[in-house]
Design a protein around this ligand. Sequence first.
Ligand code: COA
Length: 387
Amino acid sequence: MMRDVAIIGVSQTKFGELWDSSFRDLVAEAGIKAIVDSNIAGEDIEAMYVGNMSSGLFVQQEHIAALISDHTGLNPIPCTRVEAACASGGLALRQGIMAVASGFHDIVISAGVEKMTDVVDATPAIATASDQEWEAQQGAIFPSLYAMIAKRHMYEYGTTREQLAQFSVVNHKNAKYNPNAQFSFETTVDKVINSTMVADPLTLLDCSPVSDGAAAVVLCPAEDAKKYTDTPIYVKASAQASGTMTLHDRKDITTIEATKVASRKAYDMAGVTVKDIDASEVHDCFSINGLLAVEDLGFVEKGKGGIALEEGQTERDGDFPINPSGGLKARGHPLGATGIAQAAEIVWQLRGDCGKRQIDGAEIGMTHNVGGTGGTCAVHIFGRDRN
Ligand code: COA
């Protein structure tokens, strides 16, 4: 990076079905909380990037960057919307990092927002993140696409239904201690398997929910960070990769190539290996995608993800703790907000602010944010130490 970048403030609204907050209320709440957390004044902000997948379909509002800068009193600074389906937040974070790293701006806010529950059925809007002609219009919506991946993984590697369910069990166990999570109840492997069928083998409790919510982070040059906070968290890597939009174009549907490419670039940039990562927030829109992340990020060999889950390696006291926030499954998944909420959780973990869901001694953390079934992937690595 041309200039090192630090995160000096973060925030997340509660995620869930938030009838009392409008789209603009959510992003304003997240922005104000992040500004307070970073000890800056609103006037210090030089630019804003907002991740959002589909405000047009969910709340019939486009031109949201202007709406947000106007509503939050940030005019006339540049405000830019970033869209990459469920990876919109991860890319908004990356745009903010690049703006500060390049020297173009000093203090930048990267936010993410989605208000999904105002529509009667969110599925057609979510499905626009797949290939309309080849997938969605043929009935292959996201639960079905990920169900096919799950079936193939079970066939190729002997992954069991119980192992898949374990990903949701761990997420719910962690979300119990996250006050911002959509679902704070615990669950069991049996309950996951026996919940309502959505797309065989995936049941309701294998799926991330439809959610409202927003999150924000404040970035500045690393050399200035201690002016604002005693506990800056440093951006050690920001990587992004693209992959095939459709499943039928892949050599192997059980691998998300964009995750492999982005994560290897990120490890190189940060000068770390996967073994150095103390805490991760991965993109588990469905339990199978969490399992793929465990493999494609390199925590275990391909095909060994199921065993790793069964052995509890992803639990908070496991070898490579994953989703201390509760993940997309239980913290919630307001599409454009997710990548930023993941970064907020890692910052809280590295600061040691997570109470009962704290991963003891976490020093290096990673976020993994996927768009669609892997057309886009953003991976970020953060550290307590600048070097
Ligand atoms: N996990 C746990 N509980 C859930 C849930 C989930 N993912 N989704 C809904 N619920 C609960 C609701 O809280 C509600 O509980 P209540 O009866 O106690 O109030 C109940 O299930 C029914 O909720 P409802 O909103 O009617 O569910 P639904 O059947 O319309 O939707 C899914 C369920 C799984 C189909 C929907 O959440 C979904 O499409 N998820 C995937 C989202 C997605 O594709 N994201 C992008 C990924 S790439």
